[in-house]
Design a protein around this ligand. Sequence first.
Ligand SMILES: OC[C@H]1O[C@H](O[C@H]2O[C@H](CO)[C@@H](O)[C@H](O)[C@H]2O)[C@H](O)[C@@H](O)[C@@H]1O
Length: 614
Amino acid sequence: MGVQRLTSVRVRTVWLKVTMPKACRMSLMWDSPSLQSPFSASSDIYCYGELLHTVQMSFIFPDSKTFVDMKMKYPRNEIWQRFREMMNRTDNNPSPADISSFVDETFDPPGSEFEDWDPIDWIPYPKFLKKIRDPVFRGWARHLHLFWKELGRQMKYEVRNNTDLYSIIYVQHPVIVPGGRFREFYYWDSYWIIRGLLLSEMHNTVRGMLENFLSMVNTYGFIPNGGRIYYSRRSQPPLLIPMVKSYMDATKDIEFLRKNIDTIEEEFQYWMKNHSVVVVKDGKGYTLARYSAPSSGPRPESYREDYESAQVLRTEAERQNHYTQLKTAAESGWDFSTRWYITNSSHKGSLTDTMTQYIIPVELNAILCWNAQLLSEFYDTLDMANKTMQYRRLADMWLEAVDNVLWHDEVGIWLDYDLINGVKRNHFYPTNLAPLWTGCFKRRDLQVGKIMKYLERSQIMMYLGGIPTSLEHSGEQWDYPNAWPPLQYIVIMALEATEDIWAQNLAVEFATRWVRSNFKTFNESRVMYEKYDATFPGGHGSGGEYVNQIGFGWTNGVILELLEKYSQLLTVEDDVFTTERGWQHRPLHINSASSSLVTHVISLTVISTALLFL
Ligand SMILES: OC[C@H]1O[C@H](O[C@H]2O[C@H](CO)[C@@H](O)[C@H](O)[C@H]2O)[C@H](O)[C@@H](O)[C@@H]1O
């Protein structure tokens, strides 16, 4: 992480304790060693520098990620020598054709690091398939189960001995990747992938993926955003501990836990040390966390996009801050979104208003509270009483902070918090429900009626293709009208966790819409998308800086889990059985807060089903 500096910054009601890597204090210099990735000596090819700038700004590839995923044909020094020759030959003004020839001569295409891999633990008919009542959905689930083989990647042995020729971070075990342009592992995607793999009984593959993550924590102290050296200065939502919990629930592999508990704890501590801030409310300080990825320069994999976006800013300091805010948004998994814009009230906002570091996000804190609870549970399993108590106290403390700072009684939901202005951010995001999903709430105080009313006021039941990411249409991919698999999952599991029958009925309704919408697209095109369109069933997502990807790891994982969880309820079409399910199937005890929403749900379900089959 380089040299660390501890600063305290007073921002309105908030004290920020920020640990900054040295890199963030440096201005961008071509040969800055402070930008060196801890993962490889080839950072000056893949992460920063004149060569990267020249190639990425030439726009020879429609997708900026293409270049940084290519393999070097020669050692780094020789690549630089050839680059210098090209620059001299062209008087430091190469044409796109010159740059294109240079890249062709010196780099192999993306994907050169992998070889075919047939997972040894793949079996034709895992048990969960039999549970799925609808035969069409069962066939679809079997297809998705088969598709793990397509998304599996194993690195060639030669990568291990020549890591400097690649941007890929070498890992020992094969991984399941999201798909499309995402050819490497992604941290938070892996949570939903792993849960799907566990249903597919691919325990060996899951253990390998976990061991890869653990080896990264052992060597570098944290898990990067994804498996490339250009992702090595930021992480993603910390779901390692919940992944381990999912694996433990499926396998009861206590030896795995015993062997790795120190490393698991280390990853949690990384988040505590590098992402926590103290928020003062009513004279009391609460420790909470925010995303934070300070380092210089544009994201290498979206270099041109970031560089151009920063040009409207006047000073180099402002540009560097903008890059940090963009990288921090990428660390959140929400790249990009109006969720991270902080503006004055007269201005709706644009990408340069991204201020991710200055927002306390609900789901990050809900996840960290969950991590502490799970760590306590893990230590209890291992009979380590002191640590069990230590993490139980920390989980309680975090819960207290989430409850006092992020829960708003008058709104009836948890909300992100703006550190600059010291105010709540009263906008609808699916992540507002995350504390329910992770169990970071006080059951005795739970006000389900208020939460249901909040959902009703947000009018998210209007959207027949899924729950929208936000209610703002910005053209960014983590905004309206896109609907993302992990966000559907969070809301569905959140509603289930209330133990309230009406909320659970709503969960079934959301699951039905989502599964049917994904299936409609699949049935028409045989593909699974990275994201969908909330406004109509079967619509696929758009916006952002790259085209919608297919594959797709977390989409498939979420669908498999929903098909398994609601195996007796979900059907391709409404039929006699379907009308017996859900709200009519479960005992009715209407409370006034939720009854009108459920009436709304029932009538919209009839409309949505009709539309789906038009
Ligand atoms: O290249 C642009 C960005 O792509 C990634 O983000 C998106 O895909 C990831 C993989 O599915 C997903 O985890 C993330 O939530 C998506 O927004 C990458 O993670 C970003 O760092 C990158 O800048």
